[in-house]
Design a protein around this ligand. Structure first.
Ligand code: KIV
Length: 272
């Protein structure tokens, strides 16, 4: 464990930079509800992301596009209440910042005000730089997100590896530098070659947090339902299962059903 992981003080945007400077990797995971976030926060996770992956994980949608600002605030509010230690980042959903700077800043302010999150995260590079600048000017910590940007799935036609060729890699590096110079407090790099992610991480001041981006980033993030082995049938190369919650819950619910049916639950001690 690193020096900050054992210190249960609240992690801030400044702590994330200190961790990068100290070479301590940042462990981030998603969560969307109070109970799950509390388990992760008490275990000492550095950061919790209320990803718009809530659209898939919580609502059963095929992609992240349908989730709304109101729904993100609902999830983020529940998570923020659980976190005494972790740095809480709330995704800005599709459509909440792409129209123009004013609308983006207004929605970011709403998310910060109503959810209690510590930062917002947006997908994109120079095309949303002005909007990001507006948020930073309003005092809102912003996390960038480059590489595979799931809100643009229809533009790219899938969830494949990004920045595979030289031109795309150069564009990603330029975007990363521009976001860094604007002052983002961290940058998510999703599904890009590990050499490129390492280069970006060594080039910019802000800590990078990778998912499917190899081991050269300043931290890692995973969707908790995948990492904890809750989901079935989704096993991209970058994913490792750190628990088998699906089996644990299936065993538990099977035992419960059996005990109800055979009337061994509730017993004398469990009754008033
Ligand atoms: O929505 C999400 O969970 C994310 C992570 C995969 C980085 O953006």
């Amino acid at each position: 464990m690193g020096y900050l992981s054992t210190d249960k003080k609240k992690i801030t945007a400044t702590t994330l930079r200190d961790m990068k400077a100290a070479g301590e990797k940042i462990a981030q995971i998603t969560a969307y509800d109070f109970t799950t976030a509390k388990i992760f926060d008490e275990a000492g996770i550095d950061s919790i992301l209320i990803g718009d992956s809530a659209s898939n994980v919580m609502c059963g949608n095929n992609d992240t596009l349908p989730i709304t600002v109101d729904e993100m605030i609902y999830h983020a509010k529940s998570v923020a209440k659980a976190c005494n230690h972790a740095f809480v980042v709330c995704d800005m959903p599709f459509g909440s910042y792409q129209v123009n700077r004013e609308e983006g800043v207004r929605n970011a302010i709403r998310i910060m005000k109503e959810s209690g999150a510590d930062a917002v995260k947006l997908e994109g590079g120079t095309e949303i730089l002005d909007t990001i600048r507006g948020m930073l000017a309003a005092g809102i910590p912003v996390v960038g997100h480059l590489g595979l940007t799931p809100q643009s799935v229809h533009k790219f036609g899938g969830y494949g590896l990004r920045a595979k060729n030289e031109a795309e890699a150069a564009k990603l590096l330029e975007d990363a530098k521009a976001l860094d110079e604007a002052g983002v407090c961290a940058l998510v790099l999703e599904k890009v070659p590990s050499q490129l992610a390492k280069k970006v991480s060594e080039t910019i001041k802000a800590p990078t947090i990778g998912i499917g981006a190899g081991n050269g980033t300043d931290g890692q993030v995973l969707v908790y339902a995948d990492a904890m082995g809750m989901t079935r049938g989704f096993k991209p190369k970058f994913l490792r299962y750190f628990a088998d919650v699906n089996k644990c819950m299936t065993d538990g619910i099977t035992d419960y059903m059996r005990a109800v049916k055979d009337q061994s639950f509730p017993n004398e001690q469990e009754s008033y």
